[in-house]
Design a binder for this molecule. Structure first.
Ligand SMILES: [Cu+2]
Length: 278
């Protein structure tokens, strides 16, 4: 079943492309459906090969700039390695059905379209299951189109994992991130020129991270000023020292303080000239 893209066996384009680096396969684990072709491209500066651990395929020597493709027809995990550099390993996981990983974030209570594909020859419908914290439960079923794809709208209320099922095989789960928090801020200028900012996050998220940012002209953008954890009431309090007037906002983030989950409106801190009405 080996083939070369662009050769006599060229059919559908490869479902996945894996770059081969100097000492590693670029995507160590890839999910496909049975019938999919996978293409490896040697982007490095030395030759490699791609050899199935079970002996089911062997690319032979793939020189710099060349590529190799293999079509997978049987469901199951197919580990492989480079026989020239045996520490280089990878795995193709071949399924009856896969869900495409969501690329956008969803809104709570708003429809989001999930898409996926089934293996060659599978017809009928796909069952979609979702887990938003209590375990997987059935959500819906959706028909498979003649080209093997399917799509269906789901309505998540919070961040949810989804998987698809046909016959006895389940797809790997994919996670749909839902932005379901609101960050309310109230800024109050105090005597002496400091500004107090009260923050409240709903629904309650005690212990989660909030970051005060200011838009600083000398930094060319938004800059983190202070990072704190929400208290037991899902509230936080910042005091901004006296200074020039700048826009400020508060982000709810993951623990890293960088991955944004929600953002407040922009408020102004510091001393403005418009204070002294002309
Ligand atoms: Cu190699």
């Amino acid at each position: 079943m080996d083939m070369t893209m662009g050769g006599a066996d060229a059919g559908a384009p490869p479902a996945a492309s894996i770059p081969i680096g100097f000492a590693a396969f670029g995507t160590p684990r890839v999910d496909v459906v049975a019938g999919d072709a996978v293409q490896w491209s040697n982007d490095s500066s030395r030759a490699h090969d791609i050899v199935a651990t079970d002996g089911s395929f062997d690319s032979g020597r793939v020189i710099v700039g060349d590529h190799y493709a293999h079509r997978f027809s049987t469901v199951g995990a197919v580990p492989y390695y480079c026989s020239l550099h045996p520490f280089m390993t990878g795995e193709i996981d071949v399924h009856e059905v896969v869900l495409d990983a969501p690329t956008l974030r969803a809104g709570s209570g708003k429809p989001y379209v999930l898409t996926g594909r089934v293996a060659a020859g599978v017809t009928g419908s796909v069952a979609i299951e979702g887990d938003d914290g209590g375990g997987f439960v059935p959500i819906t079923t959706t028909p498979v189109a003649t080209d093997g794809t399917f799509r269906t709208a789901v309505v998540p209320h919070t961040t949810t994992s989804y998987r698809a099922q046909v016959d006895d095989d389940q797809s790997p789960a994919v996670q749909l991130l839902v932005l379901d928090h609101a960050v309310a801020v109230h800024a109050m200028r105090r005597k002496g020129g400091t500004t107090a900012i009260d923050v409240r996050v709903t629904p309650a998220a005690p212990g989660q991270t909030v970051v005060l940012q200011e838009r600083l002209r000398e930094r060319f953008g938004w800059w983190p000023i202070s990072t704190v954890k929400l208290d037991a009431r899902s509230a936080a309090h910042f005091v901004v020292p006296r200074g020039a007037a700048v826009p400020a906002r508060v982000l709810l983030t993951l623990r890293d303080g960088a991955t944004e989950l929600a953002r407040s409106a922009t408020v102004h801190v510091g001393t403005t000239r418009s204070h002294h009405h002309h």
